[in-house]
Design a protein around this ligand. Structure first.
Ligand code: NAD
Ligand code: SF4
Length: 426
C-alpha cells in the first residue's frame, strides 16, 4: 500500500505553510477537524461578498493556474460567469499524471474538505450548480477520502440544495480516469465524462465558451482551486504580498529523483532552485549534481550552474525553462541521461492518443532516433537532424499540448546539457 499523504510532505505540520497547513494536522475524514482549523470561513466570506466580488478577489490576487499553463484564474472565472448560455459547469482536473507530479494527491488525501469547499466557491462565483471532480484512476486513497468528504458535506448542508441557508445549490460528482495520460487534457476530460473516446478537441473554442456537453465550463486544477481559500480568508492584497509581482502566492514543488529528502515542498514564489534543493537535503554523499528536470516530461533540463534560477513563472521562462506543474526531478552523476530521454520518448509515444499525424508519427520517430543515439553511433548527426525536424513538426502542428511539448525535454537535454555532444560529428 502507498504511504499516506503526510509521508510525502517533509514539512508537514510546520508553521508558515499556506496550502499544506492542515496536511498531517487534521484527520482527513473529520469535517469537525476541518472546521476547527478554519474550514468553511472562505465560503462564508464568499456568500457575504457575492459572486462578482469573489471573482474580483481572485483577479486582484493574481492567481494563475497551477496545472502547468499558468493561465489567469480570475479571467477564466469571469469569462465563464458572463456566458449567457446555461447551464455552466465546473470541472476540477484531478487527473494528475505528469510524470514526477504528486502534489494534488497530497492535498486530496491530506485535506479533502479544502477541495470540496474550494469547488463550492468556484461554482458559486461562476454560476455552476454542478461540478465534476475528474480524478486519476491510480489514486484510490484520494478517491476514497474525497468520496467520504463529499458525502459528509452533503449530509451537513454544505453541498446540495440551499447551502448554508444561502439559497445556492451546488453538488459534486466524481468521475474516475482509467489510466490514460491524455485524459488529463481538459477537452479530453469532457469527452471522457460524456462517454466518448478520451481525445482532445481543437481549441478555440475554449471551454469557458463551449466545454462540457457544449456548455460554458470552467476547468481548474486541484492546487489552483485550493489557493482560493487563503485569498478569501485573508483578502487579495495579503495573498498578493506573498511571492513576486508576476507570480503571487506559494507553490507546491514535487521533488524527486536522486535527492535525500524527496517530497512535496511548499515555498513562496521567488525562492531559488538552490534553496529548494537545500531544503530537500541535496544529492547523496559522494555524488555530484548532473541536471534538474524542471516542469516534467514537457519541461526542460537545467544545469548545475543554473541553480540560482528563481522559481517563478517569469524567472523560469527567462531562463528558457518552465515551472509547469512543479516537477523538480533531480539527477546526479550516476544517472544515464540518454536512457532517461528514451524513457520520456517512450512515455509520449505510448500516451499519444493517435488522433493527429504529427504527434502519432512524430513520437514514434523520436523514440526510434533516441534509441539509436543512446547506442552511441559513430555518426549521430543524421538522427540529431531528424529529431529537430520531427520536434519542430510536433510543436507546430499537433492538436494538443502532448504533441506540442513532446520534444521539449529532449531538445533541452541536447542543447543545454550536451547529451550526445560527445558522439556528434565535428
Ligand atoms: P493552454 O495554454 O492551452 O491552456 C491553459 C488554460 O487556459 C486552459 O484551461 C485553457 O482553456 C485556458 N485558456 C487559454 N487561452 C484562453 C483564452 N483565450 N480564453 C479562455 N481560456 C483560455 O494549456 P493546456 O494545454 O490546457 O495545458 C498545458 C499544460 O498542462 C502544460 O503546462 C503541462 O505542463 C500541463 N500538464 C500538467 C499535467 C499535470 O499532471 N498537472 C499533466 C499534463 C500536462
Ligand atoms: Fe492526440 Fe497527440 Fe494529437 Fe494530442 S497531439 S490530439 S495526444 S495525437
Amino acid at each position: 500500500e502507498e504511504p499516506p499523504a503526510e509521508a510525502a510532505v517533509p514539512q508537514a505540520g510546520q508553521d508558515g505553510l499556506v496550502l499544506l497547513r492542515r496536511v498531517g494536522r487534521v484527520d482527513p475524514a473529520s469535517l469537525d477537524d476541518y472546521r476547527a482549523e478554519g474550514g468553511y470561513t472562505a465560503l462564508r466570506r464568499a456568500f457575504a461578498i457575492g459572486p462578482a466580488a469573489v471573482i474580483r478577489e481572485v483577479i486582484d490576487a493574481g492567481l494563475v493556474g497551477r496545472g502547468g499553463a499558468a493561465f489567469p484564474t480570475g479571467r477564466k472565472w469571469d469569462a465563464t460567469a458572463r456566458q449567457p448560455d446555461h447551464p455552466h459547469y465546473l470541472v476540477c482536473n484531478a487527473d494528475e499524471s505528469e510524470p514526477g507530479t504528486f502534489k494534488d494527491r497530497v492535498i486530496m488525501e491530506g485535506d479533502p474538505y479544502a477541495l470540496v469547499e474550494a469547488m463550492t466557491i468556484a461554482g458559486y462565483a461562476t454560476g455552476c450548480r454542478k461540478g465534476y471532480l475528474y480524478i486519476r484512476g491510480e489514486y484510490p486513497r484520494a478517491l476514497a477520502r474525497l468520496s467520504h468528504a463529499i458525502a459528509t458535506a452533503r449530509a451537513r448542508g454544505l453541498l446540495g440544495d440551499d447551502i448554508m441557508g444561502q439559497g445556492f445549490s451546488f453538488d459534486i460528482e466524481i468521475r474516475r480516469g482509467a489510466g490514460a495520460y491524455i485524459c488529463g487534457e481538459e477537452t479530453a476530460i469532457f469527452n471522457s465524462i460524456e462517454g466518448r473516446r478520451g481525445e482532445p478537441r481543437s481549441k478555440p473554442p475554449f471551454p469557458v465558451e463551449k466545454g462540457l456537453f457544449g456548455k460554458p465550463t470552467v476547468v481548474n486544477n486541484v492546487e489552483t482551486l485550493v489557493n482560493v481559500l487563503p485569498i478569501l480568508e485573508h483578502g487579495a492584497q495579503a495573498y498578493a504580498a506573498i511571492g513576486t509581482g508576476s507570480s503571487t502566492g506559494t507553490k507546491l514543488f514535487c521533488v524527486s529523483g536522486t535527492v535525500r529528502r524527496p517530497g512535496v515542498y511548499e515555498l513562496p514564489f521567488g525562492a531559488t532552485l538552490r534553496e529548494l534543493l537545500t531544503l530537500a537535503g541535496g544529492t547523496f554523499e559522494g555524488r555530484t549534481l548532473r541536471a534538474v528536470l524542471l516542469g516534467g516530461a514537457a519541461g526542460a533540463f537545467v544545469r548545475p550552474d543554473e541553480l540560482d534560477i528563481p522559481l517563478t513563472f517569469e524567472g523560469t521562462r527567462a531562463a528558457g525553462a518552465t515551472l509547469g506543474s512543479g516537477v523538480v526531478l533531480v539527477l546526479d552523476d550516476t544517472v544515464d541521461l540518454a536512457g532517461i530521454l528514451v524513457r520520456i520518448a517512450e512515455f509520449f509515444r505510448d500516451e499519444s492518443c493517435g488522433q493527429c499525424v504529427p504527434c502519432r508519427v512524430g513520437t514514434v520517430r523520436q523514440e526510434e532516433a533516441l534509441i539509436r543515439l543512446s547506442r552511441r553511433p559513430a555518426s549521430p548527426s543524421a538522427d540529431l537532424t531528424l529529431l529537430r525536424e520531427v520536434g519542430r513538426a510536433m510543436r507546430d502542428a499537433s492538436i494538443c499540448g502532448l504533441g506540442q511539448t513532446a520534444w521539449n525535454a529532449v531538445e533541452s537535454a541536447i542543447d543545454r546539457l550536451g547529451v550526445f555532444a560527445e558522439t556528434e560529428a565535428p
